[in-house]
Write a protein that binds this ligand. Structure first.
Ligand code: NOJ
Length: 739
């Protein structure tokens, strides 16, 4: 009976949603019939509140007047029940009473701050990542927000670019899975539920490949790279239902993304059939003028909307010029109507026409923002994000026996730096610092502290005191890294070594002869060769959020066995950038690092990274064995199962992220040496063993050929299973037969 009811409900759902779509269509059509061209243009105009996340713009009082007059469709950077209610009330005084959309960069938490997105990505844990987005949505949606400008799904392989912090790292397969998880987390089961916000897949497209890692810079790339590496996470976000897309500041092969019809019309709204709307990035419509693509703001407006940019964020191109462009015929009414229609549909789907204040409920805001389960989740996700890069002679976990632990470093007692960038509503006072985390977890151990140098570590005046503190201790925990404001938007760096004198500080402490455990905070891969060579242990904690200090302490004392794996390659030097595990063999591969004459190599560095994509240690050991394929060959319509045994051979319970890579050995377009094609997180008790399996089908073996056709070519494939991209434990071979 129950089964029948469920089946019936499942069958009815699509019908119900079709009926709902039809109802919304009718309402949008009726509303649009009443709208003047100016009112239509108003829906495409997005303004910032008093807070700025881009270059400053017009007067706030003028903005309020425009809202009152129906000339604004959406506001960003307004938050909280009180403010959103006040501004929504103004919009409702306009002739047609069309409610505003409130949007915000809720990137890694609203009030409860989760690890920065790159950090969360190191968890390779889709449930954790989705939960983080869910909680961020719940909190934001209780505070009047309808729409977040997240997730950023840009693949990024250049850690000079400060925005690597906001994405999922370098890999397309992992990045696509994370894009899906984040969209599902933000949007929940249904748009319009008051604990969900609309997601934005950004920045469409290829923004992460800014030349030389300099923010906002031009991008030149082959269509193969674009389709294969950079676009799939966007497609994954779309398939997961992303309500909106944001275009990007960069040019792509000479055409600004904002004015790029190939990206927005042909791909996104054409072959991908995206039904949501596209918002420009901050002022990116007007920036087509300095790009040299539009002659003036009026021309920029025409080019952007014709290319498929629906909403103009703080650009004033649409508000000032679109009405005339429609009158003169440079923009067809149909084009304007399509953009307006897309936006109004979302406003209806969110239920704003039924109740424009449904996301702005003071009681809900109070209850949701103080929900203690959110902090517990932030701790869980932060722990899962931490990567143990090095652990010599089992330095970690620390013992709590009566021992003296010296906690040292400019970031040890910082709260702000644990939060990272894009903190919209964090409660700084509640952030647990690394020092506080260690103190409260230390048990009988005695904890001493020396800052050694202030934030940025420009001076070394405090080093002597720090060395003296270290000398009296049994072990040193040194907290160093980037301060929060060194990564993020407009934070590109040519030098990604540890800022200031932090490596010198490490050397001074190391010279005491005490074991030194380094805890590093950062929003990107840093270069720290002395520490990498000489530290006894290295814990990479990213910017771990509100519960960061507790998460770090749990890892240090072994209450949590680390399982994070790098989602991005750590180079040895800036000179190796861009560096990805998914590189090509070349015609002159290095086979012997000692003999690189006339090889694809550097004469002053090895090719290998400092820490490879997928790297991350545990307090236990995992043994891989017994690889088997259900068949050594497959036809294009078959599937093959690859399986192997994973055993926990150490003494602690632990989680391994097993990784499946493959290489297409000979193909019409050469393929990378390794491509990630699967991963699983496996938790095992000491002595426990499990058979792990992956299914390989044609899709996993496919790529874009020179005609940009997706497909698999017959031939040999190498299959690799391991603990990191440079720690392959088992290999197999598979033949794909032609039909
Ligand atoms: C510019 C950034 O590129 C984008 O990611 C962000 O969402 C907007 N500013 C709004 O703050």
């Amino acid at each position: 009976m129950k089964k029948t009811t469920l089946a019936l409900a499942a069958a009815l759902l699509p019908l119900l949603s079709q009926a709902q779509d039809a109802r919304i269509e009718a309402k949008v059509a009726a509303l649009m019939k009443q709208m003047t061209v100016a009112e239509k243009v108003g829906q495409l105009h997005q303004l910032s509140g008093r807070q700025f996340t881009g270059p400053a713009s017009s007067d706030y009082a003028d903005k309020l007047a425009d809202i009152r007059n129906g000339k604004v469709g959406s506001m960003l950077n307004v938050k909280g029940v009180a403010d959103t209610r006040e501004i929504q009330a103004l919009a409702l005084k306009s002739r047609l009473h069309i409610p505003l959309l409130f949007s915000l960069d809720v990137i890694h938490g609203y009030q409860t701050v989760f690890p920065v997105p790159l950090g969360e990505s190191a968890s390779w844990d889709m449930d954790a990542i989705a939960l983080s987005a869910r909680i961020a949505a719940r909190e934001a949606a209780a505070s009047g927000i309808h729409w977040t400008f997240a997730p950023m799904v840009d693949i990024a392989r250049d850690p000079r670019w400060g925005r690597v912090m906001e994405g999922a790292g370098e890999d397309t397969f992992l990045g696509s899975a994370i894009a899906r998880a984040r969209v599902e987390g933000f949007q929940g089961k249904q748009l319009g539920a008051t604990d969900s916000v609309m997601a934005t897949a950004k920045h469409f497209a290829a923004y992460g490949a800014a030349t030389a890692g300099r923010d906002y810079n031009a991008v030149d790339m082959s269509n193969q790279q674009l389709f294969e590496v950079y676009l799939p996470p966007f497609k994954a976000a779309l398939d997961a239902g992303a309500a909106t897309f944001m275009n990007s500041f960069n040019t792509l092969n000479g055409i600004p993304a904002t004015g790029n019809a190939f990206l927005q019309r042909d791909i996104l709204k054409g072959s991908w059939n995206f039904k949501g709307f596209v918002v420009s990035d901050w002022g990116s419509v007007r920036e087509m003028v300095p790009h040299g693509y539009a002659s003036d703001l009026a021309d920029a407006a025409v080019k952007a909307i014709n290319a498929g940019s629906d909403m103009d964020m703080e650009g004033y191109a649409y508000s000032q010029h679109l009405e005339d462009a429609v009158k003169s015929g440079k923009v067809k009414m149909k084009t304007l109507d399509d953009a307006v229609h897309r936006i109004l549909v979302k406003k209806f789907e969110l239920g704003l026409f039924d109740d424009p204040y449904r996301y702005s409920d003071a009681a809900r805001e109070k209850a949701v923002l103080s929900d203690p389960s959110h902090r517990a989740a932030a701790l869980d996700v932060a722990q899962k994000s931490i990567v143990l890069l090095k652990n010599e002679r089992k330095t970690l976990p620390l013992s709590r026996e009566p021992r003296r632990i010296a906690v040292i470093g400019p970031l040890a007692d910082s709260q702000r730096d644990l939060e990272g960038g894009w903190v919209v509503q964090g409660e700084r006072a509640k952030v647990v610092s690394i020092l506080d985390g260690i103190r409260s977890h230390a048990g009988k151990a005695e904890v001493s502290y020396a800052q050694a140098c202030a934030s940025g570590c420009a001076g070394s005046e405090g080093f002597a005191d720090a060395v003296a503190t270290a000398a009296k201790a049994d072990i040193v925990v040194l907290a160093v890294g980037e301060t929060w404001d060194l990564s993020g938007e407009a934070k590109s760096r040519t030098d990604i070594t540890l800022p200031g004198q932090q490596e010198k500080l490490f050397s001074a402490l190391k010279a005491t002869g005490k074991p030194v455990v380094v805890v590093m905070l950062a929003g990107r891969p840093l270069v720290f060769n002395t520490i990498a060579d000489q530290a006894d242990a290295i814990v990479y904690a990213w910017f771990p959020g509100t519960e960061g200090g507790n998460a770090v302490a749990n890892v240090l004392f072994g209450d949590y066995n680390p399982s994070g794996k790098l989602p991005i390659t750590f180079p040895r030097s800036v000179g190796q950038i861009p560096l990805s595990y998914a590189q090509y063999n070349t015609g002159r591969p290095v086979t012997d690092e000692k003999n690189v004459v006339y090889k694809s190599a550097y004469i002053d560095s090895v090719n290998t990274p400092r820490y490879a994509f997928g790297h991350g240690l545990s307090y236990t050991d995992f043994k891989y064995s017994g690889l088997a394929l259900s068949s050594a060959a497959m036809s294009p319509d078959q599937k093959v199962t690859l399986s192997f045994d994973l055993a926990n051979t150490g003494k602690a319970e632990g989680t391994e992220i097993v990784q499946l890579y493959l290489r297409d050995m000979v193909s019409s377009v050469v393929r990378p040496l390794k491509e990630l094609k699967g991963f699983q997180k496996i938790h095992l008790k000491p002595g426990e063993q499990r058979r792990v399996s992956f299914t390989i089908d044609r899709n996993l073996l496919s790529f874009y050929n020179s005609q940009l056709a997706w497909g698999a070519e017959a031939g040999d494939f190498k299959l690799m299973v391991g603990s990191a991209s440079d720690d392959i434990r088992l290999e197999g071979e598979l033949k794909l037969q032609s039909k």
